[in-house]
Design a protein around this ligand. Sequence first.
Ligand SMILES: Cc1ncc(COP(=O)(O)O)c(C=O)c1O
Length: 434
Amino acid sequence: MTTNTQLETTLEYAQTLDAQDPLAHMRRHFGIPKQENGQNEYYFTGNSLGLQPKLARDYVIEMLDAWQQRGVKGHFEGDYPWMPYHEFLTEQSAELVGALPEEVVMMNSLTANLHLMMVSFYQPVGKRTKILIEDHAFPSDHYAVESQLKHHQQNVADNMMLWKPRIDSAGVSEELLNHDDLYQIIEEQGDEIALILLPGVQYYTGQVLDMKTITAKAQAKGIKVGFDLAHAAGNLEMHLHDWQVDFACWCSYKYLNSGAGSVAGCFVHQKNASNTELNRFAGWWGHDKATRFKMENNFKPIPTAEGWQLSNPPVLSLAAIRGSLDTIKIAGGISELRKKSLKLSQYMMDLIALELKDSIRVITPTNDHERGCQLSLMVTVEGLDGKAMFNALEANGVTTDWREPNVIRVAPVPLYNSYQDVFHFVRILKECLA
Ligand SMILES: Cc1ncc(COP(=O)(O)O)c(C=O)c1O
């Protein structure tokens, strides 16, 4: 990227970057919401709800047609019969998170899967009874962990450990988590911790955690490790299998663009998935496929991640996921998305630094390996309310999202955001601040 700052802040420069962008054509594969004046929104909320891939719409309509035309026979007929439909998603989902196909299944929803995983991977024994999460974990994760502790009759105050950001010399809490603090907790108290459950990307700050090192250090102390990848799947390149992560769960409606509340993903490492003795909550869809329909009431789990399935899945939602995964495939996969994402977010940070450095602070780490698509911005102008600025952006056709207490989250997404989108975001933000 040029160091000619005069050029960098122009629309022409953004247009040049778009012209050179090998993924610029991907935007055409998505529906872009419109403003009231008929112009496209500047949509930066893929960290919350990704835009609709045209293929997702096509595939869902295909499923509706199949249902209309075939009725129950749709389970077995057609190019994409419903009975094995989730299997059509496996290979590409596995690629996305760096897993073997047998380690991945699309099922249920994110929080439901976290519970199912904790049933298997949180087994308090002796003095190893604690679950460690981060202090600012997404509330659903916090509640899930709290309720799992209660389910096992473990006192929550004693057994829920919180990894907190440091307090600085002025007594103010820092925003970002410091990995050294976690490693010290693991070193000193590791033999009391049964499970560590952390995000791949922290939802508020956008900080990427070092999943590989955390897993290695925790497992060396005998701790099970799981990740909530809600903000990481479709955003980062990951190698869950090689990193030996015990389990991971993610939703498909953010960077996986599969529609609100769509079916979620679940990873169970091969070393665990192949263990059919592992404690679990069972349902018929997790039972051996060869004998599932004998209706014999003798549960025999599939020795893969599929062995945690409960119910026959909602195919309309799976069809949307298939459309989204095929769209990502057209782009060349997650490594291509990540390359563009780093450039796009760097461009946004550069423009903010050049144009708005006195009014906006980016709290997301600036290093490539510590940030994904999302940048979390704080308004630093005295007397100016961040929420008011968020509303002003909205009124000017820019969709971002507001997270209490004080952050505007902005996610330039490589599949459908352009450099010109980023340019206009910073321009409009500057105008609103003025
Ligand atoms: C980090 C994180 N965890 C959990 C959830 C809850 O997801 P769900 O409602 O799909 O269970 C969300 C939702 O946005 C999230 O961002």
